[in-house]
Design a protein around this ligand. Structure first.
Ligand code: NAP
Length: 285
C-alpha cells in the first residue's frame, strides 16, 4: 500500500479513545491507493469528551472528513450541522464529511451490515432474526434490520438496555428480551438468522458464552453471523459450523462500512465486490 503525498492531498482520519489498534488506516489507505485518489488517511487519538474541540480543529486544519470509533459515535451527533437519515435513526455518527466548513454526519454501520448480509444471499425482509446484544453495534444492526422489514428479537444481559434500544424503532418491529438460556432457546427456535452483537468471544476480552445449547434450537438452515472478526472464527461460529449452520464473521461489516465511508468522503462510486476481495487479502496478512 503506497499513498503518494502531494501539497494538494486531502486529509482523512479515524478518531477514537483508544484508536491505535484501528484497522481503518490500513483499509482506507489501501482503497485510496488502489483507486489512485489524492487523499491520505491518518490515525488520530481524541480523548473522550473532546469531540467539540477536535471538530473545530479538523475544520480549521482543512480535513475532508473523519471516521469515529468508540467512545465518540454518540457524542458527535449534536455537534453535526447535518445528519443523514441513518445517523438520525441510529443516534450515532461513524463518518463525518466536512464540506465548506459544515460537518455532515453519516452512519455506515447498519447499511454495511445489510450489504454483508446480502453477500451471504440473505435478505432481511420478512425474516425473524435473533440479535444477541444491545450495545452500539447491535443498535445499528437492529434498527436497519427492522427498517429492511425484519422482526428482530433483541436479547441482552441488561434487559433494560434492550428495551431502550427497541424504543428507537419507529416501526415497532424490535422485541426486547433477556439473555437467559431458556429465552435464547425459545427465540432461536423461531429465528431465520442469528446475529451476535455482544463482545462475547472477542479476542482479548476474556468473555465467553456460558452455554451454546441454544444453537440446538436454531433451525439448521438459519445462518449464524458474528460481528466479531478477531478471531476470524469465534467459538460461537465454530459451534454453529459444527452443527451444520452457514457462518460469517464481522469482516463483511468492517469492509462494507469502510467502503460506504470512503464513498461519502470522496463522492467516488466503489465496486464493493472487487474492493472487498482486495481488502480481504490485506486484512488476512
Ligand atoms: P458495546 O457497546 O460495549 O456492547 C457490548 C455488548 O456485549 C452489550 O450488549 C453487552 O451487554 C454485551 N456483553 C458484554 N459482556 C457480556 C457478558 N459477559 N454476557 C452477556 N453479554 C455481554 O460494544 P459494541 O461496540 O456494540 O461492540 C460489540 C461487538 O461487536 C464487539 O465484539 C466488537 O468487536 C464488534 N464490532 C464489530 C464491528 C465490525 O466492523 N465488524 C463493528 C463494531 C463492533 P450489557 O448491555 O448487558 O453490558
Amino acid at each position: 500500500m503506497l499513498v503518494e503525498l502531494k501539497n494538494t492531498t486531502k486529509k482523512l482520519c479515524v478518531i477514537g479513545d483508544p484508536v491505535l489498534h484501528s484497522q481503518s488506516p490500513l483499509i482506507q489507505n489501501t482503497m485510496i491507493s488502489a483507486l489512485g485518489l489524492d487523499y491520505v488517511y491518518l490515525c488520530q487519538p481524541v480523548p473522550r469528551g473532546m469531540c467539540k474541540p477536535w471538530l473545530e480543529c479538523a475544520k480549521f486544519a482543512g480535513y475532508a472528513g473523519f471516521n469515529a470509533t468508540m467512545p465518540h459515535k454518540e457524542e458527535l451527533v449534536p455537534l453535526m450541522d447535518e445528519l443523514d437519515s441513518d445517523a438520525a435513526l441510529i443516534g450515532a455518527v461513524n463518518t463525518v464529511c466536512i464540506q465548506e466548513g459544515r460537518a455532515i454526519g453519516h452512519n455506515t454501520d447498519g447499511e454495511g451490515f445489510l450489504r454483508a448480509l446480502a453477500d451471504l444471499g440473505v435478505d432481511a425482509a420478512g425474516r425473524t432474526i435473533l440479535v444477541l446484544g444491545a450495545g452500539g453495534a447491535a443498535k445499528a444492526v437492529c434498527l436497519k434490520l427492522a427498517q429492511a422489514g425484519a422482526k428482530v428479537f433483541v436479547c441482552n444481559r441488561t434487559v433494560e438496555k434492550a428495551a431502550e434500544l427497541c424504543k428507537h424503532d419507529p416501526l415497532g418491529r424490535l422485541v426486547p428480551a433477556d439473555f437467559e438460556l431458556e429465552t435464547l432457546c425459545r427465540l432461536a427456535a423461531q429465528a431465520d438468522l442469528l446475529v451476535n452483537g455482544t463482545s462475547l468471544g472477542m479476542a482479548g476480552t476474556g468473555g465467553q458464552f456460558a452455554d451454546f445449547t441454544f444453537l440446538d434450537a436454531l433451525p439448521r438452515e438459519a445462518p449464524v453471523v458474528d460481528l466479531i472478526y478477531h478471531p476470524a472464527e469465534t467459538e460461537l461460529l465454530r459451534q454453529a459450523r459444527l452443527r451444520g449452520h452457514r457462518t460469517a464473521n464481522g469482516m463483511g461489516l468492517l469492509i462494507h462500512q469502510a467502503i460506504l465511508a470512503l464513498e461519502h468522503f470522496t463522492g467516488v462510486q466503489i465496486d464493493a465486490g472487487e474492493m472487498g476481495k482486495l481488502l480481504q487479502t490485506v486484512l488476512r496478512d
